[in-house]
Ligand binder design. Sequence first.
Ligand SMILES: [Zn+2]
Length: 116
Amino acid sequence: MGRKRARRKKLAMKIGRERINILMNLAEKASISGESDLARRYVFIAKRVAMRIQEPLPWYYKRQTCKECHAFLIPGNNARVRITGNKGNAHVAVSCLECGNIARYHYHRDGKQEKI
Ligand SMILES: [Zn+2]
């Protein structure tokens, strides 16, 4: 019985991840075409799906969304990205131009970034 339950949970997670991908793609398209309210709605739903499957959003999606207003951030459009600090201790600062929130991340050489 326990095993069956585990399988169902795994399936729910798989479906959840797929939904998140679809929603984030839609959010990106909406944001590019200037429909930031629509993009925000997609991001909000994606975050809710992540919560339901009890898994955080992948780091690359987190970096693209504003924690405060759920905007889908596109550098040069509604976000500004700056790299601060020096070698070995570089930080990436992503400013949301929609609400002014600034998120900082550790910058790793492999491209992975984690929230400070
Ligand atoms: Zn924002």
